[in-house]
Design a protein around this ligand. Structure first.
Ligand code: NOJ
Length: 563
């Protein structure tokens, strides 16, 4: 096979595949309807079988669950719903036996309002006062919260505190050095337990513009957009370098910063190794391409050339310095097969196509639980079934503004975060819990489930297994250069990877129509290829290939042969 040799001499996080677990929805061991750590332990063999190297665990810390754990009450305690610290230590140990590292979610832009720092901080004389951003009198600016309404909450004493997310998620004041030291101590505490790194929640929000200027009020909004003043703020690199020096540099770990609004220029600053900040960032740009003006709830149809150009931009910008993360899904995004694929007739085929296109890129791939099964979005009958604070707040806000419930529900069906959060589909009758799940199980678990998938050599699961295995064997995935072909084609996504004398053509049909591709249009050799992976045997024609709906494959050629 062209280019066979085992990937080596790279930091482990460059050759790894990460699997994200949203613990609440993964596996419930005790029948209370909520996933837990012992449940994850029960499924480690499944993950080992899939072949992943790293688990990113969404928050399991003590929390009042206003935002499902992204509102932390105590960074050093495990939420009782999820188990105990001992359970977590067992998880770290058991995962390690299977060659899997555990990456923890680090949520330090904000805490819960029930965190003791905040309850203390309510008193103006408290030594914790400066741990948060308090202002006396009227709100100092017009910023809106990401979860609707104002970003400022008034307290009885006529003070306001900043919360970029819910009012139960007050923002921490990173300008205050003692706060930073407390965070670094907490990080060290976790690293000393042997974890494999951190996924850092909205970490590029931690440095706010000191003057807190008003934001522009976009059409249709009652609040100002503060993002230019808190995304990638003035001190962000100083803080990350300090964190690196004091904490991160002492461990061999994976660090990934969740960074809405980070450009490729920003990403380079965050990830160039010599700058001593992070390993990689999560970009949002490709996830925003189907958002219209006014944000994600005003969605539009994805225009494929936009996606291709965007991924190309990231591939090229971080080709030689810095590093990319690759993802389609997480707990905040709708299911990719329902979004960019086809979750009906071509569900399996399009899910494999999407996997191939993403994993074929250079970077560290992230799989979100259920993606490997081709889990789909869900449509619940009315708002009372939804649990996500962002969804519920948006619903109430639009309802108050006069929008019809049916119209708002349609937005939720396409973009709501609960699409990603329905319980993992283990068996034909669910298999997630013996009780009542905290969020409705998708009824299509009858046909889409792990039980079925692991026994089917042709399943989406099996396809992910192959992609992961190949990544371990072929340095092309991590080292090959990238070139986008036919950028303006509205149906086909074709790119080339090159390493030494080996050239790959990664070819995918993003539509439910059949398309043809002429070899000459992409300078593809006429013969002598090898199929590295395909979701169907490629159909050759006299001058190229016929691509049926969602067909995708990787062809490998050796330069100088078969031309
Ligand atoms: C990003 C997380 O992924 C999301 O789930 C959460 O609501 C916000 N940050 C606030 O922590």
């Amino acid at each position: 096979m062209g280019g066979v040799s085992v990937v080596q001499q790279q930091p482990w996080w460059k050759t790894s595949v990460v699997y994200q677990i949203y613990p609440r929805s993964f596996m419930d061991s005790n029948g209370d309807g909520i996933g837990d750590i012992p449940g994850i332990l029960m499924k480690l063999d499944y993950l080992e079988k899939l072949g992943i190297d790293v688990i990113w665990l969404s928050p399991v810390y003590d929390s009042p669950n206003d935002d499902n754990g992204y509102d932390i009450r105590d960074y050093r305690t495990i939420h009782e719903e999820f188990g105990t610290m001992e359970d977590l230590e067992t998880l770290i140990e058991e995962a390690k036996k299977r060659g899997i590292r555990i990456v923890m979610d680090l949520v330090v832009n904000h805490t819960s309002d029930e965190h003791v720092w905040f309850t203390e901080s309510k008193s103006p004389e408290s030594p914790y006062r400066n741990y948060y951003i308090w202002k006396q009198g009227n709100p100092p600016n017009n910023w809106g919260s990401v979860f609707s309404g104002s970003a400022w909450e008034r307290t009885e004493e006529d003070w306001h505190y900043l919360h970029l997310f819910s009012r139960k998620q007050p923002d921490l004041n990173w300008r205050h050095e003692p706060l930073r030291q407390d965070i670094y101590d907490m990080m060290t505490y976790w690293l000393n337990k042997g974890i494999g790194g951190f996924r850092m929640d909205v970490i590029n929000f931690i440095s706010k513009h000191p003057e807190l200027p008003d934001g522009i009020v976009h059409e249709g909004s009652s609040f100002g957009d503060g993002s230019p003043y808190f995304m990638n703020g003035p001190e962000i690199h100083t803080y990350l370098q300090e964190m690196h020096e004091q904490v991160l540099s002492h461990y061999d770990i994976l660090t990934v910063g969740e960074m809405p609004g980070a450009t490729t220029e920003d990403a380079l600053l965050y990830t160039k190794p010599e700058r001593n900040e992070l390993n990689m960032v999560f970009t949002f740009e490709h996830m925003d391409l189907d958002s219209g003006p006014g944000g994600k709830w005003n969605f539009t149809q994805l225009h494929l050339p936009d996606l291709k150009r965007n991924l190309e931009k990231w591939q090229l910008a971080l080709a030689h310095e810095g590093w990319n993360s690759l993802y389609w899904n997480n707990h905040d995004q709708p299911r990719i097969v329902s979004r960019f694929g086809n979750d009906k007739e071509y569900r399996e085929h399009s899910a494999k196509m999407l996997a191939l296109v993403l994993h074929g890129l250079k970077g560290t791939p992230y799989i979100y639980q259920g993606e490997e099964l081709g889990m789909t979005n869900i449509q619940l009958p009315d708002i009372s079934h939804y649990k996500d604070i962002e969804t519920i707040n948006m619903y109430n806000e639009r309802l108050a503004a006069g929008e019809e419930p049916e119209s708002i529900l349609k937005r939720i069906y396409v973009k709501g975060r609960d699409n990603a959060r329905t319980p993992m589909q283990w068996t034909s009758d669910g298999g997630f819990t013996t009780g009542t799940p905290w969020l409705a199980q998708n009824p299509n678990t009858a046909t889409i489930n792990a039980d079925q998938a692991i026994n089917d050599p042709d399943s989406i699961f099996a396809f992910y297994q192959q992609l992961i295995r190949l990544r371990k064997q072929l340095p092309m995935f991590t080292e090959g250069s990238f070139e986008l072909l036919l950028p303006d084609d509205e149906a086909l996504f074709i790119y080339k990877r090159t390493l030494g004398s080996t050239v790959w053509y990664i070819v995918a049909n993003f539509t439910e129509e059949t398309h043809h591709i002429k070899r000459t249009s992409i300078s593809m050799p006429g013969s002598g290829y090898e199929i590295i992976l395909a979701n169907t045997q490629p159909t050759e024609t006299s001058d190229g290939f016929e691509l049926k709906p969602y067909d995708a494959f990787i062809l490998s050629f050796e330069k100088g042969e078969g031309q």
